[in-house]
Ligand binder design. Sequence first.
Ligand code: WT7
Length: 652
Amino acid sequence: MSKPETGQIDSVMQEDRQFPPSTEFSAKAHIGSMDKYHDLYAKAKDDPEGFWGDCAKEELHWFEPFQQVMKQDGSEYSWFLEGKTNVSYNCLDANIEAGHGNRTAILWEGEPGDTRALTYSELHSEVSKFANVLRGLGVASGDVVSIYMPMTPELAIAMLACARIGAVHSVIFAGFSAGAIADRNNDAEAKVQLTSDGLFRRGKILPLKETVDEALEKSPTVGKCIVLRRAENEVSMVPGRDFWWHDLMAEAADVCAAEPLDSEADLFILYTSGSTGKPKGIRHTTAGYNLWTKMTFRWVFDWQPEDLYWCTADCGWITGHSYIVYGPLSNGATVFMYEGAPNHPEPDRFWEMIDRHKLTILYTAPTAIRAFIKWGDEHVEKHDLSSLRLLGTVGEGINPEAWMWYHEKIGYGKCPIVDTWWQTETGGIMMSPLPGATSTKPGSCTTPLPGVVPVILDESLQPVPANQGGMLCIDQPWPGMLRGIWGDQDRYVDQYWSTAPGKYLTGDNARVDHDGYYWIMGRIDDVINVSGHRLSTIEVESAMVSHPAVAEAAAVGRPDEIKGQAIAVFVSVKGAEASEDLRAELKRHVRKEIGALAVPDDIRFTEALPKTRSGKIMRRLLRDIAAGKEAAGDTSTLEDFSVLAKLQGDEE
Ligand code: WT7
């Protein structure tokens, strides 16, 4: 390898396995061949306005037709101009009109084992009632409603009720602190807060209302709070401010016409953890987002009416917005929703539920898959998972080793795996296999969906050759794209559009192989520079995880006088002793797998890795620890502070 001059990233990963779809799967699929994919892809690329204009007319209900498909004004993009539609209408009324009122929309299971099912008609009626409740409290179109609720059907009902009347929801994951809620409420100037008494998590009750009470002391714009009864724990209600959900619903009429809303009316804000302290509210609007989630759900999950689909995410993340609520429901899908932890009462909870409900599609995160591997195959083997026909992953790159486990142990070798690459900002899936068409390669998100035109650039903004890593950008606008950062359009332009003018900067590095397959290499900020070679975190980590003793690994660079940076890897082991021998063996293993350049200088064993609440490894903190510094910066999204404390205190 020669030293790259332009900031390309050297790929050291070798992964040649390929898994074509079965002819049986392809025969029934929406997109059953690469020819069909190439055809769609070419149409969307060559004539985006024609392609998306036709899709929008066909897939969404229009109270008033749009006059123009797309308009660009600097870095601001608008879609389906002057059209009027309503996302709640598209998810509910449209399905009822199509004759699916009696189809189950949400099949729900609480952590204690209680279950509920709501048909599309029932959901429509609950949403209409709650929309009236919100209006009754003075919520009007454009007002922000802050949602801090458990994974119950009411969370989806609340989101859809906001969409019905043009209120903007800001869902905050129900694990965030009072301070984090207040920051988000203040940034959004939220008017109403929704919460519950508590929620069930690993058999315990998490007192959400208590946290909200503290948050509302510091949220001056929030005047009302609606509280769902869920856990029956004791709460204090502030007269005039706090109302019980069931009291208000008992009085509410179940008719509420969906308000015709402008295509570009704000649908929601979703805060992501920026690397600086200030929360960053990603803004998504009505028609484009609705269309993107509807189409991508059908393409990627090859959704069929008889499917029982489960996305294990929480509605507090974009995955829950797009692939629990809006994408599936606008297709008329039956969505399984689960409240609790994957290891309660036992580590087989997921497999037990899949078996009992006969679920057919499972969409989960690599971090969960690595946890299941660590907990042991016996929990999986107890159950019959043959109802599954498709598996998906999202959130991070999946290490090939974990991919193979998922394929064999969960998919019985027969289910296609869709490794879906996208971001809060992109609104929906951008790159993924199409399960009836694409031959998959473990660790690759394969190819872009129709309408997605990626480019990989080096630091001088030149496209890189095959197999060289560089900055992943998107070269053509797409309907689901973010429209801005709430209250801070300068930051939006600066962060996403100024590095490579006219192109959307994803912030990820990637390479494309000789077959045109994309391999995400991690965040741009996480690149490790060893003697002028820029290495990707995911490749080093995947080499580590391919050793049978390693459950999970996180690679970071630390300063090194000679090499610029040295590689430090934090490793959690499974079924082995953390020892000097293992350390030496792991170094040999990496040398053999990907070469001497990527051999870690430090290997630190740890019980667990610091993660965000959505399961992403916080490499930023690990970099500080590896460099011997106190972990600085924002830790408000860190899931478990004790992990960080242990890593810092542990001098080995
Ligand atoms: C970042 C976006 C997408 C919804 C959940 C996370 C990483 C996501 C993949 C994947 C490799 C992935 C990227 C991306 N990422 N999916 N399949 N392969 N990396 O949304 O919190 O906005 O995070 O997650 O780094 O930029 P998010």
